[in-house]
Design a protein around this ligand. Structure first.
Ligand code: HEC
Length: 205
């Protein structure tokens, strides 16, 4: 029984030469098998597994609304129309990008100036709250907290102070607000902003 079992075990290698021949045959078989496998992979047969789809790229951020902040200009060299145009250009850039150290007004007050009631009030059509140039500049220089009512909607949020913007930038951004979206309240100037810096912060009503 034992012998039978042993001869069964060694049946594949009955003499000293066979193991070498066997392993040669085995190698040959392996080569053929791998050639077949390669052939199958290249020409149909079992389709190679598709590579995992790349994770979806995040959507590109929207293009900025306006070009980068405009360079400072010397208003004293310009006539009234030139001053207005220069202030509007500076102001549009501050409104949409935050200028040099501000927070883009458009984030809260929207590109349309309509805000997002009841969180952020509209700037469109709000002559009362814009008030005089000095008052309006004060809202940007000192910020605003406390309840206000605009167009029948109550707001009680925080308008961040942005006095780190230059006088020219603040004059520009409030001029932009006062002359955009159908507003026709006229320009404001760096002198108005300088005055607002010396006055107390405006209060909500
Ligand atoms: C983080 C959001 C936010 C940003 C950014 C912001 N504001 Fe405001 N703004 C407010 C809130 C909130 C109020 C109302 C505050 C309150 O309830 O007392 C307000 C009020 C105002 C008002 C007075 C209300 C009105 O309807 O006229 C003006 C003017 C104003 N902001 C202009 C600006 C300008 C200019 C900028 C950019 C330089 C700006 N805001 C940036 C949130 C913001």
């Amino acid at each position: 029984m034992r012998r039978v079992t042993e001869s069964g075990i060694y049946a594949a290698a009955p003499d000293g030469t066979h193991p070498a021949r066997l392993s040669e045959n085995t190698m040959r078989l392996l080569v053929i098998a791998s050639l077949i496998a390669m052939g199958a992979a290249c020409s149909g047969g079992e389709p190679a597994p598709a590579p995992a789809p790349a994770p979806e790229a995040p959507p590109a951020p929207p293009a900025p609304v306006v070009a980068p902040a405009a360079a400072p200009v010397d208003l004293s060299t310009l006539d009234d129309a030139g001053k207005l145009a220069a202030l509007q250009k500076i102001g549009e850039a501050v409104y949409s990008t935050g200028g040099n150290g501000g927070i883009a007004c458009t984030t809260c007050h929207q590109p349309t100036g309509e805000g997002t009631p009841p969180a952020f009030p509209p700037l469109k059509g709000q002559k009362d709250w814009m008030g005089t140039c000095v008052h309006h500049a004060g809202l940007v220089v000192h910020g605003l907290t406390g309840e206000i009512e605009v167009g029948g909607v109550k707001y009680n949020g925080v308008m961040p102070a942005q006095g780190n913007l230059s006088d020219l930038e603040i004059a520009g951004v409030i001029t932009f607000e006062r002359t955009s979206w159908g507003n026709d309240f006229g320009p404001c100037f760096p002198e108005d902003v300088a005055k607002a810096r010396t006055e107390p912060a405006p209060k909500g009503k």
